[in-house]
Ligand binder design. Structure first.
Ligand SMILES: [Zn+2]
Length: 496
């Protein structure tokens, strides 16, 4: 009887095995389905009964924690502090800045009732915190000594999307950080805008291994209520651009509306200059899309919650010995601050374990079997290119460090090649349209006018100006679409 039960358990497990053990769609053949499978099968998210929202399971939340840690250290080094403001914003407050409310109004979720009682004033669930924060900034800022005020919040915001939800990229609630600073001069505020944008560039390129184009948004695409918006844009393997982070010069627009003034050193009362900047959990979606493959997630070592998994290859007679060796390796690697998992679960074959950890994107696997123990060696298996190398156990720390660096560099290099290949310089509108059609981005001379940008969008079924890159060469010539004098080179593409 007991035996029978065991057998049926085993067969159940093998059923689960075929369900969890891989993606049934190739990245190159059905990108959307591939993405939807990977986020579920790598156990990153789940859906709940709240439509348009996702649950961040430990496998994705731990990536967010890594991102938080890296970025939080960065902003604190430059004098920023974290705080927390209420998630409810009174309607009158949200509506104070006309452009701002116009930009967010269709997506705002409102609290209108408490129990059965209608509220006197309905409360917005924050779509972003400018208004609620700046009401307080007006009270807190009195003199030049109070400046700069450098605050950041880690929170979630709600934007009630009606389009189909896509995990990490388009959900009604998402997690982010929002920085909000106030300065005495425009120059100081502009410096802050750029400093934070380049912190994003560093975070995204050097940790997430995703190359970006940094630049300015056109007036049409800028943040509602800003003087201008700067952005870092990545390009995803399905041919769509993804805005990874933005940093805005708010100028004195909000200061004038919220009456945020300070007494300057010259005894004159002045309005402050403000910035805001944000980066969200959509970057996790970008990591999945940029690096993932047909086996599952591929995480860059610097952002991976688990760096290394050790899979002992055991047989009954040598089990103890091999597990003991594996534990020694874990200890050595932990001493070097690596996050290591030892997969010594019974009842799963090594091959099954390989598949599972590959699906979850762990950058490096160490295999150790009886022959390896005898020869004092180990096998390193790279997640990014499937390469296996046998190393001497005494070289463990050195080889692991070297290999993880190589993985990090290789992922960036591959993504960079793709970005370069996908950004095509064009000189006439016919080529422009063809480049967009072929799921690439077109870099072209552009006049910068709103109407021209709208025409481009109409004629290309949705391509928008992703940014005006900071890296510019002389813009001599005519706009690619309207033929008027060009102001700059701009990058266009379809976006998320
Ligand atoms: Zn034009």
């Amino acid at each position: 009887m007991e035996q029978k039960e065991e057998q049926s358990n085993a067969s159940e497990r093998s059923e689960t095995r075929s369900q969890v053990a891989g993606l049934s769609v190739k990245k190159s053949e059905g990108f959307n389905e591939w993405y939807n499978q990977i986020v579920l099968k790598a156990d990153m998210i789940d859906y709940s009964s709240v439509s348009g929202c996702i649950i961040f399971k430990p496998n994705s939340y731990s990536i967010w924690e890594k991102i938080q840690k890296i970025f939080d250290d960065k902003i604190k080094r430059s004098g920023h502090k974290n705080c927390y403001f209420p998630m409810f914003i009174p309607e009158s407050l949200l509506k104070k800045e006309a452009e701002h409310v116009k930009g967010f109004n269709p997506e705002v979720a409102w609290v209108t009732k408490a129990g059965d009682t209608e509220l006197n004033e309905k409360l917005a669930i924050r779509p972003t915190s400018e208004t609620i924060m700046y009401e307080s900034y007006a009270k807190w800022i009195r003199s030049w000594r109070d400046l700069p005020l450098l605050l950041n919040q880690w929170n979630s915001v709600v934007r009630w999307e009606f389009k189909h939800a896509k995990p990490f990229l388009r959900t009604r609630e998402f997690l982010w950080q929002e920085g909000h600073t106030a300065h005495a001069t425009r120059e100081d505020a502009e410096r802050e805008v750029m400093q934070q944008l380049f912190e994003y560039v560093d975070l995204i390129e050097n940790f997430m291994a995703i190359p970006v184009i940094a630049g300015k948004k056109t007036d049409k695409e800028k943040f509602a209520g800003a003087d201008y918006t700067t952005t870092v844009e990545a390009f995803m393997p399905d041919g769509k651009a993804l805005q990874m982070g933005t940093s805005h010069l708010l100028g004195q627009n909000f200061a004038k509306v919220f009456d945020i003034k300070f007494l300057d050193k010259d005894e004159k009362e002045k309005y402050v200059w403000q910035t805001s900047w944000g980066l969200s959990t959509r970057t996790i979606g970008a990591i999945v899309m940029a690096h993932g493959d047909d086996k599952g997630l591929v995480l860059p070592p610097k952002i991976a919650p688990v760096h290394i998994v050790i899979v002992p290859i055991v047989f009954k007679e040598n089990k103890e010995n091999i597990i003991a060796k594996a534990k020694e390796i874990v200890k050595k690697l932990k001493a070097k601050n690596y996050s290591v998992e030892l997969d010594d679960r019974d009842g799963y074959t090594p091959g099954w374990k390989f598949n599972e950890w590959e699906l979850k994107g762990v950058p490096l696997r160490i295999e150790i079997g009886p022959k390896d123990v005898e020869a004092e060696q180990l096998v390193l298996a790279r997640r990014d290119n499937n390469e296996k190398t046998t190393i001497k156990t005494k070289d463990l720390e050195k080889k692991v460090e070297q290999t993880l660096n190589e993985i990090q560099d290789n992922l960036f290099k591959k993504a960079k090649e793709y970005l370069t290949k996908s950004t095509v310089e064009v000189h006439n509108f016919n080529d422009f349209v063809n480049v967009i059609k072929s799921k690439k981005m077109a870099k072209a001379l552009f006049c910068g006018h709103d109407e021209c940008e709208s025409s481009i969008k109409n004629k290309t079924e949705g391509a928008t100006c992703r940014c005006i890159p900071f890296e510019q060469k002389a813009a001599k010539g005519n706009c690619v679409q309207c033929g008027k004098e060009a102001k700059f080179w701009a990058v266009f593409g379809k976006g998320y």
